[in-house]
Design a protein around this ligand. Structure first.
Ligand SMILES: Cc1cc2nc3c(=O)[nH]c(=O)nc-3n(C[C@H](O)[C@H](O)[C@H](O)COP(=O)(O)OP(=O)(O)OC[C@H]3O[C@@H](n4cnc5c(N)ncnc54)[C@H](O)[C@@H]3O)c2cc1C
Length: 749
């Protein structure tokens, strides 16, 4: 046996998505990081050992413009490129490569941290080191650092350090949460084992093991959905242990879950009710995926009301968007729905005050153990949200070390720097503007080769009968005076059209009614109808307009063959695909009521003028949609014609670093495993081939370029600075988009 000591600036314990993102974020800010993980593969519940789908703020395509950027965004994009079918092993590889790409980060796998040395009074504790046992290597390793991050899910490190925490559900009155129980208790969400099946192409027998449960003696066949051919997270509802201690009773819970899995498979194979002759079990999980255990107490406890009211915390550092998703304590044996879902009207904000301990001064945390009530945890727990909190905690840890302050002091004294550092590295803090004083582009003047001055969706693909209300959203700016709309009518009729705004800039549902119009349509195919608007109701500033066309049996609209940035389409009252026995979403919640799932990238044919795509959008401080697309869009690209956008600086500077952010359509819902497939490997709007040019000695010189780009954020650090007063991005080709699109340009000395 060997005993070793590893000294770092930051130690991250737990290599789930929160820990991975925390470690990468801190390492990218120049800190020496140890990532200590007790499994042989990275990814926690998302790894091939557990196989939970990575969900996030998009909520499987419920929330609009909600996909994560930053490190989680990079992982989604990379996985989509190399693993669009969602092979769990290739996801593991994606994570491993991302960690190994960081020179400041050292990964210790198979290393289970069990000891923590901490001192100080209960209200001012400090961790000195943690010690782990590296299985298979007989190495006992002590990790010393200034700051520690507990990303273990269960929260063992914080617990051993004496950090304040809770387990179970708060009483309703404590935070005024109407989804909390009347009286506090120690119930949590339960744990789950998943399984994969495959068709072998020939008959396969299944002899059930002695411990398989006869599920016909339970409510499972009646109350849950069992289908031959389903795999993995389709069976998320095989959940148990919410009434037990999910850590100390882990072995008992695993046995119960196994008994049900083999019982379900026996039912599928041998009950005669399924076409499953050729099916076999391909993989059965053996490490229960744990949903919930300790939740640490930070300076802020995020609550249901913060989530649903979308409270814009001053110290917000991340966002979520999954519903508050709670399950009955009896899990798979409950006769009520397997999950109930409460949605905000859009994304919600997460404060930095929820990511550090209130009583252990050098402890941060991220993932399912953050400072949130049980009800709010019901949404923060999904993994892409855990990941963005991880990135924030990692940046917070790095800045704490750099400045020699505690995370609490960082929040009190350096909040702007924390948030701006995150924006600079492409994390998303919704509605927070780039005010980085070092960014020379911000004070520049922007021009472009051309600009899209309106939306002309005039290539119809499919007729869409108005059997129910439909809607769409577009960015109005510079005065909205009306639009034209492509429609057909089987007889003379009148269309009722309403115009709404969306209220908050981060929301994409109809919020405030503005105007109703009745438009006469004669019988006939594909007519362009004029829909005049009262421009005084909308002003000149950037805002999204939500158009509603009421159901009309005699009329049809048309979906477009091509999408346009900034336009989303919706149907009202779509029947849910999943049974309400499994997922109970109240249908009158606006993001559910107005569904875009079947209309992603299929806007309706209409035309409108707007200045929402102007060149100066690249320096307006927003790097993702927020009350408008915040993106420069050119005229259509044409053979032999380059499109460019140029920033003229206030005065000449020695430019050393240029950041470009391209449009990677954060409305597109990507996933790591097999939940759904996205039809392209690379987001089409992302610029593929471009030059970065500087004006020097009377000519444009190319200082950086890429001809195979597929990512959203590109940072070009020049070998030698260039003295210039003008920088431009010349777009030569996209990954399929018809126009050049640039979201942000930053320029640094
Ligand atoms: C069955 C199930 C279905 C779910 N459904 C979804 C879903 O569809 N989509 C979604 O996004 N989320 C879902 N969730 C929630 C989500 O998986 C968790 O909330 C999330 O994984 C928490 O992330 P984390 O990084 O905090 O912890 P984890 O993913 O649990 O990762 C923590 C890692 O730390 C390691 N670790 C623990 N203790 C130590 C130690 N002492 N030393 C070293 N390493 C340690 C663990 O082995 C683990 O790998 C589901 C959860 C379950 C169980």
């Amino acid at each position: 046996m060997r005993q070793e000591t590893v000294k770092s600036d930051v130690t991250v314990i737990g290599g789930g998505l929160s820990g991975i993102c925390a470690a990468i974020a801190a390492a990218r800010l120049g800190q020496k990081v140890a990532l200590v993980h007790n499994r042989p593969v990275l990814g926690g519940n998302s790894s091939s050992e557990v196989r939970v789908w990575v969900c996030g703020a998009t909520g499987h395509g419920v929330n609009r413009y909600a996909r994560e950027t930053g490190i989680m965004g990079e992982l989604f994009i990379q996985n989509q490129y190399r693993n669009p079918e969602g092979n769990p092993y290739l996801w593991d590889v994606t994570l491993l490569e991302a960690v190994r790409a960081e020179p400041n980060l050292t990964l210790f796998m198979n290393t289970d941290v069990r000891e923590v040395e901490a001192d100080g009074e209960l209200d001012a504790r400090m961790i000195r080191n943690v010690t782990g046992w590296m299985m298979g290597s007989e190495r006992e390793i002590t990790f010393e650092s200034q700051v520690f991050l507990d990303c273990t899910g269960d929260g063992l490190v914080g617990f051993l350090a004496g950090a304040a925490y809770r387990i179970g559900r708060e009483a309703r009155h404590e935070f005024g949460e109407d989804w909390a129980p009347e009286v506090a208790d120690d119930i949590t969400l339960g744990s789950t084992l998943l399984f994969y099946t495959k068709d072998t192409g020939k008959p396969v027998r299944f002899v059930a093991p002695s411990f398989a449960k006869d599920i016909t003696t339970t409510s499972i066949p009646i109350k849950r959905v069992i289908r031959s051919g389903d795999s993995g997270c389709h069976y998320w509802w095989i959940e148990w242990g919410g009434e037990l201690d999910t850590v100390h009773e882990n072995e008992r819970i695993r046995d119960e879950l196994w008994s049900v899995i083999y019982g379900i498979w026996d039912y599928i194979k041998n009950s005669g009710q399924f076409e499953a002759e050729n099916m076999t079990l391909e993989w059965v999980g053996s490490i229960p995926g744990k949903r919930e255990y300790r939740r640490f107490l930070g300076d802020t406890i995020l609550t249901q009301n913060d989530v649903i009211s979308q409270r814009p915390f001053e110290d917000r550092i991340a966002f979520g968007g999954w519903s508050i998703d709670l399950h009955p304590p009896q899990g798979m044996y409950a006769t009520e729905s397997g999950s109930k879902h409460l949605h905000a009207d859009g994304i919600y904000h997460i404060p930095f005050g929820s990511l550090y301990s209130r009583n252990v001064s050098n402890l941060l945390f991220a993932g399912r153990n953050v400072s949130a009530s049980h009800v709010a945890f019901g949404t923060t727990r999904v993994m892409a949200t855990c990941a963005v909190m991880g990135e924030a905690a990692g940046v917070g840890a790095a800045l704490s070390v750099i400045k020699g302050v505690t995370p609490r002091e960082l929040r009190e004294q350096h909040l702007t720097e924390l948030q701006q550092t995150m924006l600079r590295t492409d994390a998303s803090i919704i509605g927070l503007q780039n005010v980085d004083p070092a960014d020379l582009a911000r004070k520049g003047t922007v021009t472009a080769s051309s600009t899209m001055t309106g939306i002309w969706l005039d290539e119809p693909s499919e007729a869409c009968p108005l059997t129910s209300d439909i809607g769409w959203l577009f960015p109005a700016e510079g005065g909205f005076e009306g639009l034209t709309l492509l429609a057909s009518a089987s007889e003379s009729t009148s269309l009722t059209i309403e115009l709404w705004d969306t209220g908050r800039p981060e929301n994409y549902v109809p919020a405030n009614f503005k105007q109703v119009l009745t438009i006469q349509v004669e019988a006939g195919e594909k007519q362009w109808l004029n829909v005049p608007a009262d421009s005084s109701l909308f002003g000149m500033e950037s805002c999204n307009v939500f158009v509603i066309v009421r159901a009309n049996e005699a009329a049809s609209l048309y979906t477009s063959a091509v999408p346009v940035t900034g336009v989303l389409a919706f149907e009202r009252g779509v029947k849910p695909i999943v049974s309400s026995d499994l997922e109970d979403h109240q249908p009158d919640q606006p993001v559910i009521e107005w569904s875009m799932k079947r209309l992603v990238r299929k806007p309706f044919c209409f035309a409108v003028s707007t200045s929402a795509y102007a060149p100066e959008k690249v320096i307006d401080g927003y790097a993702r949609p927020y009350g408008g697309p915040h993106t420069w869009v050119s005229r259509p690209l044409a053979e032999g014609r380059e499109e460019w956008v140029e920033v003229a600086l206030e005065e000449p500077a020695d430019v050393k670093e240029i950041h470009l952010t391209f449009n990677d359509d954060v409305n597109e819902d990507l996933i790591n495993l097999h939940h759904h497939e996205t039809p392209f490997l690379i987001i089409p709007e992302v610029v593929k081939s471009y030059d970065v040019q500087a004006w020097a000695n009377g000519e444009w010189i190319t200082v950086a370029s890429d001809n195979e780009n597929r990512t959203r954020k590109k940072v070009h650090t020049l070998d030698k600075s260039v003295r210039t007063d003008r920088i431009r991005a010349v777009v030569k080709e996209t990954n399929g988009g018809k126009r050049a699109e640039v979201v942000e340009i930053r320029i640094y000395e």
